[in-house]
Design a protein around this ligand. Structure first.
Ligand code: SF4
Length: 376
C-alpha cells in the first residue's frame, strides 16, 4: 500500500493577523457547522482510494483549527478513519493558537491528536501587537503548560523573526523561554510581507519599517545557534527538532510524497498532478464539498518539472539530496546530469558533496533561492 498524508484546512480565525495571506474568514458557529458537513462530504468522496493508500499522517491546519468545537475536530478525524485506512501509529497534528485552547485539550487527546503546533510567534507583547496577534506572551506560555499537563509531549512552537521593532535580544529571550518549557520542535520563519496584507500597506506608507537584510540574517543565526546548543537539530531550513520529533507530515512535502488536501484552499499532490480547492468558504458550503468542485487542476508536472521540484525540496532538508534516491526516482545520474552546477556550487562554498549526495552549507541556505535557480 502506498503511503498518504492528509491535510485538512480549517478556514476560520478569531481575527486576521496583520501579515497573514492564508485563506481564512472570521469564525461563526453556523459557518463552522456548514463547513464541517461539507468537509465530511469531501472526505467521504475519497472512499474509492481506501484500499490503495495507508494514511500515516494527518495535519489539521488553517486558519485556526482550535477555534472550532473539539467535537467537530473529532467528527472530522472520525470521518477520515471511516473513509481511509489510517495507520495505528499515524502522526495526527493540529495547529492551535494560545488563547483558543482552554477546556479543549482533553478532547483533542481523546480524538487521537498526538502533535500540537502552537502559534507562539514571539514572547514579547509589543511584537505580538505589531503583527496583530490576539494572544499575549503569558497566554502562550500557559498554553504550553496546559498542553503538557494534558499529556502532549510532541509540541511545536512557531516562532517568527524579522518583525518590525524586533531585536536580537527578543529572539534570544523567546528561544530560551520556549526551550526552557521543554518544547520539542520549533518552526522558525522569517516574516515576509505579502501584497494585500495590512502590514504590506503599512510598510509602503512608511508606518513601519522592516529590520533590514543584515539584522534579518543575524536573527536567524542567533535563533539557530541557541536551538542547536540545546539539542534541537536543524532538519530543514526553517525547522528544528529533538531527534525523533521531526514533523512526519511536513517531511512528506519536502520528500515529494503524495498528500491530499481537504477544505477550501487546500492543496493536493497526487501522482504528478497538483490541484487545489477554491479559496471560498461560501462556494465550499454551497457545493457541499462535492467532488466536481474540488479538482481545480493547477499543474500536471512533466518529468523535468518534477525533477527540478524534487531537487529544490530535498535541498531544503539538511540531509540534502541523495544520489541513489534520485536515480531510483528519475533513472538519471545526478552527478552527470548536473556536473556544471555541482562544480560551480562547490567553488562558491554553497554545497557539501560526498559519495552519497549533496547538501547546502550554511551559506547555501542563506541564498537558497539562488542555488535552486541554478538547477532550473
Ligand atoms: S491566526 Fe494564523 S491563519 Fe489566522 S490570521 Fe493569524 S496567521 Fe493567519
Amino acid at each position: 500500500m502506498k503511503k498518504l498524508g492528509i491535510y485538512i484546512h480549517i478556514p476560520f480565525c478569531v481575527k486576521k493577523c496583520g501579515y497573514c495571506d492564508f485563506y481564512s474568514v472570521k469564525w461563526d458557529e453556523e459557518s463552522e457547522n456548514s463547513y464541517v458537513r461539507s468537509a465530511i462530504n469531501e472526505i467521504k468522496g475519497y472512499v474509492n482510494i481506501k484500499d490503495a493508500y495507508l494514511v500515516d499522517t494527518i495535519y489539521i491546519g488553517g486558519g485556526t483549527p482550535s477555534v472550532i468545537m473539539p467535537q467537530n475536530i473529532e467528527n472530522l478525524i472520525g470521518a477520515l478513519k471511516n473513509t481511509f485506512t489510517v495507520a495505528e501509529n499515524a502522526e495526527i497534528s493540529m495547529e492551535a493558537n494560545p488563547n483558543t485552547l482552554t477546556g479543549k485539550l482533553n478532547a483533542y487527546r481523546e480524538s487521537g491528536i498526538n502533535r500540537l503546533s502552537i502559534g507562539i510567534q514571539s514572547l514579547n507583547d509589543n511584537i505580538l501587537k505589531t503583527i496583530g496577534r490576539v494572544h499575549n506572551s503569558k497566554e502562550a506560555l500557559r498554553a504550553i503548560d496546559s498542553a503538557q499537563k494534558w499529556g502532549f509531549d510532541n509540541i511545536n512552537g512557531d516562532v517568527m523573526f524579522n518583525i518590525p521593532g524586533q531585536t536580537l535580544e527578543d529572539i534570544k529571550d523567546t528561544m530560551h523561554q520556549l526551550i526552557g518549557k521543554g518544547i520539542r520542535h520549533i518552526s522558525f520563519y522569517s516574516l515576509k510581507l505579502e501584497e494585500g496584507t495590512p502590514m504590506y500597506s503599512m510598510e509602503k506608507d512608511k508606518e513601519i519599517s522592516m529590520p533590514g537584510e543584515d539584522l534579518e540574517r543575524e536573527m536567524y543565526y542567533a535563533g539557530r545557534e541557541i536551538m542547536e546548543n540545546h539539542g534541537l537539530i536543524q532538519y530543514e531550513i526553517s525547522n528544528f527538532a529533538f531527534k525523533g520529533y521531526e514533523c512526519r507530515h511536513n517531511l512528506k512535502y519536502w520528500n515529494q510524497e503524495e498528500y491530499l488536501g481537504i477544505g477550501p484552499s487546500a492543496h493536493s499532490f497526487m501522482g504528478n498532478v497538483r490541484y487545489s480547492n477554491p479559496s471560498s468558504l461560501k462556494e465550499y458550503i454551497l457545493n457541499g464539498g462535492k467532488k466536481k468542485f474540488q479538482r481545480n487542476i493547477q499543474e500536471v508536472l512533466n518529468e523535468d518539472e518534477l525533477m527540478f521540484e524534487y531537487i529544490m525540496l530535498r535541498l531544503r532538508l539538511t540531509e540534502g539530496l541523495k544520489f541513489a534516491e534520485f536515480k531510483n526516482k528519475y533513472s538519471r545520474d545526478f552527478k552527470e546530469t548536473y556536473k556544471e552546477q555541482i562544480d560551480k556550487l562547490l567553488k562558491d562554498n554553497l554545497i557539501y558533496l560526498d559519495d552519497a549526495g549533496i547538501r547546502l552549507t550554511h551559506r547555501g541556505m542563506d541564498i537558497s533561492n539562488y542555488v535552486f535557480a541554478l538547477f532550473m
